[in-house]
Design a protein around this ligand. Sequence first.
Ligand SMILES: [Zn+2]
Length: 304
Amino acid sequence: MAEFKLTILGSNSAVPAHNRNPSAQILKHHSTSFLIDCGEATQFQMNKFHIKRGKLDYILISHMHGDHYFGLVGLLNTLNLNGRKTDLNIFGPPELEQIILLQTDYKREDWNFKINFTPMTFGESYLLFETKNLEVFTIPLDHRVPCNGFLFKEKKKARKINIEAIEQFNIPKTLIKDIKNGADYVDERGNVIKHENLTSDAKERKTYAYCSDTKYNERIIPIIKNVDLVYHEATFLKEDDEKAVLRFHSTTHQAGIIAKKANAKKLIIGHFSARYANLNVFLNEVQEVFPNSAVAIEGEEHFI
Ligand SMILES: [Zn+2]
């Protein structure tokens, strides 16, 4: 089975505390690797959890708060020292490019690899880029500074071939690819056999939604509707809902409501405030609203 896997590298908000680090996660789909946000400890966490730095293809930064990008320049420098040659694709707010340029300026000309930086826009969901197997859309969030989440959606898959039917109608192997892609078969007497009778439905397109820093925002629900896995920030417990509004963050219950209204299959909450040492209460509260929930634990893997 194709691998579509999330690994949590950082689960805390703002400052490192209680052995938890600022935001970062690795999403792997087949052989393509995405780093989503890059808090200060990211490259150390990659070492700890045996994530291969050299295999990174894309880096996506949700917004310009330090706990989401302060690890980036250090990681880029390490990739260069490791001799990376392949281009690296980075997506983020336009200001991020200036920071990368400023911090690498004195020696960037000597770098072994090229950075392809694409500035994001905010306010509306759009197709940010696509790979061979995935489309990546932005999810506009409601935070103190412009902020996007990211929706990763598998591309439409070819239908599954029905081998018995292929044999029954004696269909040449050379036509199978076309039939999988939707072509009908016409035999030598001119009879048309519809591709629906020769194939069955393709596997479902799996989806993952990363909802970074945001206050409660129902506008994202149609964008992440029926998602297989959603990560949603829950910086605060429900009793601190006023703080959450003031700081443009969410609570456990709010994250659960979003997952429920979006008909998500599973929810992971993270970006915990340093004011809380124990995450058990977070888990209990979110499960009151959305039972199939987990708290983000660094090093844990989630299969989509
Ligand atoms: Zn933030």
